[in-house]
Design a protein around this ligand. Structure first.
Ligand SMILES: NC(=O)C1=CN([C@@H]2O[C@H](COP(=O)(O)OP(=O)(O)OC[C@H]3O[C@@H](n4cnc5c(N)ncnc54)[C@H](OP(=O)(O)O)[C@@H]3O)[C@@H](O)[C@H]2O)C=CC1
Ligand SMILES: O=CC(=O)O
Length: 324
């Protein structure tokens, strides 16, 4: 059968699909497809491997009713109209688990980078300012022994908590809709209300899915409930924080700093004030971007397609989650 990939995909996934007898066409151009191009390609294929691009919306899905599966090369499924896909009988799948370590590592990197003003110091070196540091100027803060608050202690949040506890003996508090008993047992993570999470966290790391409930949750009203020394980390989705409010909160000393792998909108514009702030570290949505992890994700995405095209149950269905 015929599979269309919206970008060049890692070799491990390509090999699996070809070994299963499928023909794979990849979008190789260094520019986004137009809406018309995407519909034309999808109309002609049995499966879509979605490796990035504009939202999988109802108009696209309605033009591709024959498609058996849209396999996302990601965990997040907020860029798909799941309701439309389910109504049209199109299976949607994702790649959970295999990218948790790499994404948690990115959150960990951002936490340290914000705490130690690492990106700011890097910029200073580029400006030829090596000797500007004095015993009292441009200091960072320690994270050792402090409290990590995790909003969304699932696959990625768990690894972030595990790393922070093992590396720095941080106390772990978290807030989900349901208790995570494994984290409570293994990491002595303490379940708290959302407001307690805000009040008690020295570092607050966001790992929830982007949904109607979580969208724009971190706004000025919420930042005002956090410690003035707190560091806000978001390696989930930019839509979860209000970016002008975040910039104002740091500027006014309402919180101390931030580490963002995801921004709102993406791409972040180079003149965004957050990029000038010493206690802010921003990365261009590279949470899972390691060679090993991208190959593992491609394998899972390919296996989901192979199962769906064979009429077998897929590994990672997400259609049932659309009521979120
Ligand atoms: N930066 C990057 O490159 C990457 C970003 N991501 C993002 O990270 C997100 C999380 O991935 P992953 O850890 O695998 O997902 P999981 O489903 O394992 O974890 C999500 C957690 O969020 C909690 N949660 C969801 N909604 C709410 C809510 N309204 N209030 C409180 N808690 C909530 C869930 O618990 P409960 O259901 O009990 O509330 C769950 O523990 C993805 O959706 C994706 O957007 C993922 C990979 C890479
Ligand atoms: O943002 C990445 C994902 O896997 O979700």
């Amino acid at each position: 059968m015929k599979v269309f990939a919206t970008r060049i995909i890692p070799a491990a996934g390509l090999e699996l699909l070809e070994k299963a007898g499928h023909t794979v066409t990849q979008w190789t151009e260094n520019k986004e497809m137009t809406v018309e191009e995407r519909i034309a390609y999808c109309k002609d294929h049995d499966a879509l491997l979605f490796a990035g691009g504009r939202k999988i919306d109802r108009p696209l899905l309605e033009n591709c009713r024959h498609m058996k599966v849209v396999s996302l090369l990601s965990v997040g499924y907020d860029n798909v109209d799941l309701k439309a896909a389910t109504e049209l009988g199109i299976q949607i799948t994702n790649t959970p688990g295999v990218l948790s370590n790499a994404t948690a590592d990115t959150a960990f990197l951002l936490m340290l980078s914000a705490a130690r003003k690492a990106f700011f110091h890097h910029k200073r070196i580029l400006n030829g300012e090596w000797n500007f540091s004095t015993p009292t100027a441009n200091l960072g803060v320690d994270v050792e022994g402090k409290t990590l608050g995790v909003w969304g202690l699932g696959n990625i949040g768990y690894v972030m908590a595990q790393r922070c506890k093992a590396a720095f003996g941080m106390d772990i508090i978290y807030h989900n809709r349901r208790r995570n008993e494994k984290a409570e047992k293994d990491l002595q993570a303490r379940y708290v209300s959302f407001d307690e999470l805000l009040q008690q966290s020295d570092v607050l790391s966001v790992h929830v899915n982007l949904t109607a409930e979580t969208r724009d949750k971190f706004n000025m009203e919420v930042f005002r409930k956090m410690k003035p020394t707190a560091i806000f980390i978001n390696a989930a989705r930019g839509g979860i924080h209000n970016e002008p409010d975040l910039a104002a909160a740091i500027e006014q000393g309402i919180i101390w700093g931030a580490g963002l792998d995801v921004t709102n909108p993406e791409p972040m514009q180079p003149d965004n004030p957050l990029l000038q702030m010493p206690t802010v570290a921003v990365l261009p949505h590279i949470g899972s971007a390691t060679q090993e992890t991208r190959n593992a994700m491609a394998r899972v995405a390919a296996e989901n397609i192979i199962a769906a095209l064979a009429g077998k149950p897929v590994l990672n269905p997400v259609n049932h989650l659309y009521t979120l």
